[in-house]
Design a protein around this ligand. Structure first.
Ligand SMILES: C[S@@+](CC[C@H](N)C(=O)[O-])C[C@H]1O[C@@H](n2cnc3c(N)ncnc32)[C@H](O)[C@@H]1O
Length: 250
């Protein structure tokens, strides 16, 4: 692993450009960073990467460290508050790690992504989404990310512990252009209510319940772990017609 990542993990803080330590907040955890690295390292064709958003540059460090030795590797970061926050910590961290192939688009994703889509449709090999977590924002990010990804590229979505983000992922997973490649989960405690619900529902299979209950509720009852991150592979162009999914809203 990169020494800067290693150090930040160990001490739990990062430094801004005036060398003031800052406690890491709203940033990916160690196993999530390892998940991102694993997806990128397993596919040598990944060079052109995009991320929404970067905060202290910690997720960017994982992406860029994994592609660092690949010729032509370049990382685009969309994050609206780097200058406003005044510290530009992400640059400090990336520079210290010896990474130069990146640039920041300092705008909100709802404005930056449509602009990117006008010139760079289908050009990214890997996109990591970890921006503003409302349902509508997450869906908008996924919509544009799907246009920006090439066929064979990966969409990784973080923070699935946030219900609105999980709802969006449950929806986009059903798009024919995506195959679930891999996911990261953490164990959940098994409450009495869950055990009782499982017992009551056990006469019928989980697959059958999935037709009647929301995916999130099914997962909550039947599954012993909670999804944290998911990697979807774009396997074909998104060719859904205007009436796609109308059967779900009769
Ligand atoms: C969860 S943090 C990202 C953490 C980062 N991926 C990491 O692991 O280090 C959320 C980020 O969303 C950014 N953000 C807030 N509103 C946004 C918007 N409208 N579009 C894009 N990013 C936004 C914030 O600047 C913040 O850096």
């Amino acid at each position: 692993m990169n020494q800067v990542i290693d150090r930040i993990h160990k001490i739990g803080t990062t430094k801004n450009k005036t060398n003031t330590p800052q406690t890491l907040q709203s940033t990916i955890e160690k196993q999530m960073g390892a998940f991102i690295s694993m997806i990128i390292k397993n596919d040598l064709s990944i060079k052109k990467t995009l991320e929404i958003s970067s905060n202290y540059g910690f997720s960017a460090l994982h992406v860029c460290s994994a592609t660092k030795d690949r010729p032509g590797a370049h990382h685009t970061i969309i994050d609206p508050i780097q200058t406003a926050r005044g510290d530009r910590t992400y640059i400090q961290n990336l520079s210290e790690a010896g990474i130069a192939g990146f640039h920041l688009v300092e705008k909100r994703s709802e404005f930056a992504l449509p602009e990117l889509a006008q010139t760079q449709m289908g050009q990214f090999d890997f996109i990591f989404l970890d921006g503003w977590h409302t349902f509508d924002h997450s869906l908008l990010d996924c919509h544009y990310a799907t246009r920006l990804l090439r066929v064979g590229g990966y969409l990784v979505v973080g923070d699935l512990s946030v219900p609105s983000v999980l709802h969006v992922v449950d929806f986009i997973k059903s798009w024919p252009c995506y195959n679930e490649q891999s996911s990261l989960s953490k164990p959940l405690s098994d409450s009495r209510n869950k055990q009782l619900s499982r017992l009551l529902l056990s006469s019928i299979s989980r697959q059958t319940w999935e037709h009647f209950l929301a995916p999130r509720l099914c997962r909550h009852i039947f599954q012993g772990d909670a999804l944290q991150m998911i990697a979807l592979k774009k396997v074909c162009e998104d060719k859904r017609d205007w009436h796609w999914l109308n059967h779900r809203f009769p």
